[in-house]
Design a protein around this ligand. Structure first.
Ligand code: SAH
Length: 344
């Protein structure tokens, strides 16, 4: 089977899927995300959303929509940034995991929250302010390998013949199909791998169309690249270490790097404005995360001050999450607003 089907089943199978059975975050889980590192991450994201909401004339009510909210930490931190913004927000979450929906319910106790499996049931009668952190990397993707003049083959997964539940990669002929046809990229060499994700692009188109039609803005953060390129980025995380993605089936998180150029293309084709694209570290620094960390430190004890300093480093430094993680912003207005945090 193609990686798309494999990944979709390993992560999302109703009973056995990785996300369906467990809470994968934290020191006892498999990985840690930015909102779980420090509240200052969510406060910066919240500040960006509140600023865009103000620039758009404070529409009320509006839909505050998060895709893949994990433990609900980011949403809870965003809601603490501005009372006026939170009071106007109707909270809607796109989440497939029943375990994580329960965590989100706990984290957002006191707020009226609506859950959705996909876009179709999200209301279409108010502006949407959207956020997704480490959501797109969890959506399935496909891999192709260049075999020279004979063209491309798809890299797929098959069960080993004599072993139960053991898998291996094989190549599947894909005729004259050229995965590069829609991309502006230098010619491949033999053995180069190219990844595409129709699911991520389709999600981006659905989101952009909604924001275009209803008004609003959105911010997408994830690890990946701003320019289209070659390479195998399929990865599996198990207890904070990388493992072979064809082992620990259903017990390890499967992801690949997000191609932000492909997302930007989907956004442009859906006629939303690009607020900008950049690295997470630059974005958070431009929004003033250093000043916010200093303010928190002033009122904190020694150990807490140390934690704040470490969190700031982890979120922004280029050796940590600062460069690997990218940010993309979109918004609905035809008139140029001034989105914060991006160099133009
Ligand atoms: N944003 C959170 C969690 C990231 S993990 C954080 O930063 O901590 C990925 C999240 O996306 C989880 O909540 C997972 O259950 C959800 N998810 C993954 N694939 C999904 C899909 N196809 N539909 C809806 N939610 C999905």
């Amino acid at each position: 089977m193609g990686l798309e089907r494999f990944m979709g089943a390993v992560l999302g199978h109703p009973e056995l899927g990785y996300y369906m059975r467990q809470d994968p975050f934290g020191s006892r889980g498999d990985f840690t995300t930015a909102p779980e590192i420090s509240q200052i991450f969510g406060e910066m994201i919240g500040a960006w959303l509140v600023d865009m909401w103000m620039q758009m004339g404070k529409p009320s009510p509006f839909i505050l929509l998060e895709a893949g909210p994990g433990r609900g930490t980011l949403m809870a931190d965003i809601l603490r940034v501005s009372k006026e913004f939170s009071a106007a927000a109707k909270i809607h979450l796109l989440e497939m995991s029943p375990v994580l929906r329960q965590k989100q319910r706990d984290a957002l106790g006191g707020h009226d929250v609506h859950w959705h499996d996909d876009f179709s049931s999200v209301p279409d009668n108010a502006p949407i302010f959207f956020i997704a952190n480490e959501f797109f990397d969890a959506l399935p993707f496909r891999q192709f390998v260049y075999n020279g003049p004979s063209g491309w083959a798809e890299r797929v997964v098959q069960m080993k013949r004599d072993e139960d539940m053991a898998f291996e990669f094989v190549e599947r002929d894909c005729g004259s199909y050229d995965p590069l046809s829609e991309f502006d990229i230098v010619a491949p060499e033999i053995g180069f791998i190219f990844e595409v994700s129709p699911d991520r692009s389709a999600f981006m188109v659905a989101l952009s169309r909604r924001i275009k039609a209803q008004g609003g803005a959105g911010l997408i953060l994830d690890y990946g690249h701003l320019k289209v390129g070659y390479g195998d980025t399929f990865q599996a995380l198990y207890r904070h270490g990388y493992i072979d993605p064809l082992t620990h089936i259903g017990d390890a998180d499967l992801t690949s790097h997000v191609d932000f150029a492909a997302l930007a293309k989907a956004a442009r084709e859906s006629a939303v404005m690009l607020a900008g694209m950049g690295e997470q570290g630059d974005f958070l620094n431009a929004l003033g995360i250093g000043a916010r960390a200093a303010m928190l430190s002033k009122n904190a004890a020694g150990k807490q001050q140390d934690d704040i300093r470490k969190a700031l480093h982890r979120l922004t430094h280029s050796d940590e999450m600062g460069s690997l993680f990218k940010v993309m912003g979109i918004y609905s207005h035809d008139a140029q607003l001034s989105p914060a945090g991006f160099k133009h």
